[in-house]
Design a protein around this ligand. Sequence first.
Ligand SMILES: Nc1ncnc2c1ncn2[C@@H]1O[C@H](COP(=O)(O)OP(=O)(O)O)[C@@H](O)[C@H]1O
Ligand SMILES: [Mg+2]
Length: 273
Amino acid sequence: MNEIEQLKQQLHKQEKLASLGLLSAGIAHEIKNPLNFVINFSKMSDKLLDDLAAVVEDNADRLPEADAEDLGDIVTSLKENMTQIKESGERAFSIIESILLVSRGKENEFLPSDVCHIVKEYVRLSYHAMRANYQGFNVTLHEQYQEDLPPMMVIPQDFSRAVLNVMNNACYAVWVRSQGADADYSPEISISVALSPNDQLVITITDNGEGMTDEVKQHLFDNFFTTKPVGQGTGLGMSITRDIIENKHGGKVTFSSVEGEGTTFTFTIPIKN
Ligand SMILES: Nc1ncnc2c1ncn2[C@@H]1O[C@H](COP(=O)(O)OP(=O)(O)O)[C@@H](O)[C@H]1O
Ligand SMILES: [Mg+2]
C-alpha cells in the first residue's frame, strides 16, 4: 500500500510537470512582447539622455557650476541604469528564445542547434530553480564551452531535458552535502562542452556533492529509483536521460562517483550531419 501511495504521488507530480511544460511555451511567447517594449524603450531613453546631456552642456554657462555638475552625474547614472535594463532585458529575451526553440521542435526532430547555448541556458535554469526552491542553496559554477562549435544535430527539447536532469541532480547532491558539512565546504559544479578529436560531442557535469554508494550506482538508471524524500524525486530523471542520450541520439552516458566526494556524468554523442 505504501508503495502504491508513493507511486501515486510520483505520477501526480509528473502530471503536474507535463502540464507545466505545455504552459511554459505559451508563457514564453506572451512574455516576449512586453520584453521587447522594455528593450526598445530603454534604447530610446538612452538616446534621449544623450540629447539631455547635450542640452545641459549647451547651457552650462547659465547654470550654477554645482548644478551643472550634479546634472551631469545624474545623466551618467541614468545612462548606466539604462544599459543595465537593456542588458537584463536582452538576457531574459535570450532565455525565452531558447525555451521557445526547445518547445517548438516536433517530437524526435533533429534540428541544427547551438549546443553550448542550450547547455548554458539550462545550467542557469536549474541553478535558479534550485535557489528558488531550497533556501540557502548556493554553488560556484565553472563553465567551459568550446568556442566556434558549429551547429549540431540534436533533438533540442530532449537534449535540454537530459542536461537539466543531470544538472538538477548535481545541484541537489551539493546541497545535501552542504547541509551536513563543515564550514569550509564550498559547493562546486563544473560543466564542459567540447568536441573530442574523434568528432564526438562530449559534455561533462562534475559536482563535489554527496557522491553515490555502491547500491545507488547499481540502481541509478532504474525507473523510480530515488534516494530523495517523497515529493522531491521521481526516480525517473536518469532513466529518461539515458533513453534520450543513448536510444535517441545514439550516444553514451557514463559516470564515476566517489561517496562523500562527488560525481561526474559524461554524455558522449556522435556527430550527426
Ligand atoms: N550527481 C549525483 N550525485 C549523487 N547522487 C546522484 C547524482 N545523480 C543521481 N544520483 C542518485 O541517483 C538517484 C536517481 O536519480 P534520478 O533518476 O534523477 O531520480 P531523482 O533525482 O528523482 O531521485 C538519485 O535519487 C540519487 O540518489
Ligand atoms: Mg533527478
